[in-house]
Ligand binder design. Structure first.
Ligand code: RNT
Ligand code: ZN
Length: 415
C-alpha cells in the first residue's frame, strides 16, 4: 500500500497537486446523510403509502421497520464513510412516539425527536430537518398551496412546529440545523390558474417564517422541482418561485440534482447563485430519465458537482444526500452513495484547479484539455484507499465483504 501510495503521490505532485493537503481538505467537508434510504421513505408516523409524486421501487428484503433497526443500519453505514463531522438529515415522519402516544404532523414536538438527538450525540453528528408534506391523508391534493383553508392551516402549523423541532436539534447538538421545505403540490393537467396556488404558497411560507426562531441555529431552505409523478403539467414550487422567495426573504435555495431537465447542467448553476448568496443547499441525487432518486454514483455529473463545490469553497454549501433504492441491499445502496460523494470531493481536491484556471485565463485551451485528460488517468484509487485508511474506514476492496456479512448476520434475521 505504502509503495503504491508513494508512487501515486509522485504522479499527482508532477501536475502540481499537494496530496496531503487535498486529503485534509476533503476530510473537513460535512455531508448530511438522509435517514430515508433505510426504509424506503416510510417513516414511523403513519402506515400509508409513499405519496407526493416520488417513488421507491424494488422489493429487496430486510428494510428497517423500527427506529432500533434504522439506527443500527445508520451506524453501520456511517462506519464505512470517511470524514468525522457529518450530519444526519431527518424527516418529520420519522418522529418516534413512546408509550402508545401518537401526534399528527401539526402537533409534532421536539420530544418526538429525542431518540434521534441521542443517536446524534452518541455518534458526534449534527442534525438537519425536513417537514414532511407528503404521505398523509391531508396531502392528497395540495398542502401549503391548498385552496382549502383548513388544509392549508394544518400544513402551515406543521411548518411552524418543524421550526421549533429544528431549533431544538441545533441546541442539543450545538450545530446549526438546516430546515428544508419541499412540497409536492402541482397539477397533472394544464392548470387554469397558476397564480392562485403560487400566491397561497407564498403566503403560507410568510406565515411559517414570521414565527420567531433563532436564525443562528436554524437555517431555512426551499427546494424547487420541475415536475412530479401525477403532477406533470405544473409544479407550484418551481425554481423561479423559490429563487426569488429565498433571496427576498434571506433564506437559502436548495438545488436537488434530480429536479431539473435531464439536459441541464446542475453544476453550472452553483457559481451564479453564490454571487448573490453566501451559501447554497444541495440534495445530491441521481436522476435516470426523471427524478428517480437512483443511488449516487461516482460519475461525470457527480465529479463536476464536486469540482464546483471545491472551487467555490465547500463551506459555502450544505451538502445533503437524497436517494432511495429498494431494489438492492439498502445498507450497500446508502454506503455507495455516501462513499461516492466522498470520492468525488477527494477527486476534486486532487485536481490542479489553480493551474487549470490559469490556463483558461490565458485562453490556452490546448493545454487545458490535455492537462484535464491527463488528470483523469492518475492513480486516484491508491490515494482513495490511503484516505480511507487514514480516516479509519474500510478500503474499497474491503467494505462490501463486511456489508455482506452484515446482511447474513443481522439483516436476514429480520424476517
Ligand atoms: C422530492 C424531493 C425531496 C424528497 C425528500 C424525501 O422530489 O427531492 O427532497 O426526496 O424530502
Ligand atoms: Zn430532494
Amino acid at each position: 500500500m505504502n509503495q503504491r501510495f508513494e508512487t501515486a503521490k509522485a504522479k499527482y505532485e508532477a501536475v502540481g497537486v499537494d496530496v496531503d493537503k487535498a486529503m485534509k481538505e476533503a476530510g473537513r467537508i460535512t455531508l448530511s446523510m438522509h435517514c430515508w434510504q433505510g426504509d424506503d421513505v416510510r417513516g414511523f408516523d403513519q402506515k400509508g403509502p409513499l405519496s407526493g409524486g416520488i417513488q421507491t421501487t424494488g422489493n429487496y428484503p430486510y428494510s428497517a421497520r423500527t427506529p432500533e433497526e434504522l439506527f443500527q443500519d445508520i451506524e453501520k453505514v456511517l462506519s464505512y464513510v470517511p470524514g468525522k463531522q457529518h450530519k444526519l438529515n431527518l424527516h418529520a415522519c420519522y418522529a418516534i412516539f413512546e408509550d402508545g402516544e401518537w401526534a399528527d404532523r401539526n402537533r409534532l414536538e421536539p420530544k418526538h425527536f429525542k431518540k434521534w438527538v441521542e443517536l446524534a450525540k452518541k455518534n458526534g453528528l449534527g442534525l438537519d430537518f425536513n417537514p414532511t408534506f407528503f404521505s398523509h391523508p391531508l396531502a392528497e391534493s395540495a398542502t401549503l398551496s391548498s385552496e382549502n383553508e383548513e388544509v392549508r392551516k394544518f400544513w402551515i402549523q406543521h411548518g411552524i412546529q418543524s421550526l421549533k423541532i429544528s431549533e431544538y436539534l441545533a441546541t442539543e447538538t450545538g450545530v446549526p440545523c438546516l430546515m428544508n421545505i419541499w412540497i409536492p403540490d402541482g397539477f397533472k393537467d394544464i392548470p387554469a390558474d397558476r397564480k392562485g396556488p403560487r400566491a397561497r404558497l407564498k403566503d403560507s411560507l410568510d406565515q411559517i417564517l414570521s414565527t420567531p426562531y433563532d436564525s443562528e441555529k436554524v437555517k431555512v431552505s426551499v427546494e424547487s422541482k420541475v415536475f412530479g409523478i401525477g403532477m406533470e403539467s405544473m409544479t407550484v414550487g418551481s425554481h423561479e418561485f423559490y429563487m426569488n422567495y429565498a433571496s427576498r426573504n434571506d433564506i437559502y435555495c436548495l438545488i436537488d440534482t434530480g429536479h431539473f431537465h435531464p439536459t441541464e447542467n446542475v453544476a453550472d448553476k452553483l457559481s451564479s447563485m453564490l454571487l448573490f448568496d453566501d451559501k447554497v443547499a444541495l440534495h445530491v441525487s441521481r436522476p435516470v430519465r426523471w427524478d428517480s432518486d437512483h443511488v449516487v454514483l461516482f460519475n461525470d455529473d457527480l465529479r463536476e458537482l464536486a469540482l464546483e463545490i471545491v472551487r467555490n469553497g465547500a463551506d459555502r454549501f450544505f451538502i445533503g444526500m437524497d436517494y432511495f433504492d429498494a431494489s438492492i441491499n439498502r445498507v450497500s445502496a446508502w454506503t455507495n452513495g455516501m462513499r461516492n460523494m466522498e470520492k468525488a470531493l477527494l477527486y476534486a481536491c486532487l485536481t490542479p484547479n489553480e493551474k487549470l484556471k490559469e490556463l483558461q485565463d490565458k485562453r490556452n485551451f490546448t493545454e487545458l484539455m490535455s492537462l484535464r485528460e491527463r488528470v483523469k488517468t492518475l492513480p486516484f484509487g491508491d490515494i482513495w484507499d490511503c484516505y480511507c485508511e487514514k480516516q479509519g474506514v474500510l478500503k474499497e476492496d474491503e467494505w462490501f465483504e463486511d456489508c455482506r456479512k452484515y446482511e447474513s448476520e443481522v439483516l436476514s434475521k429480520r424476517v
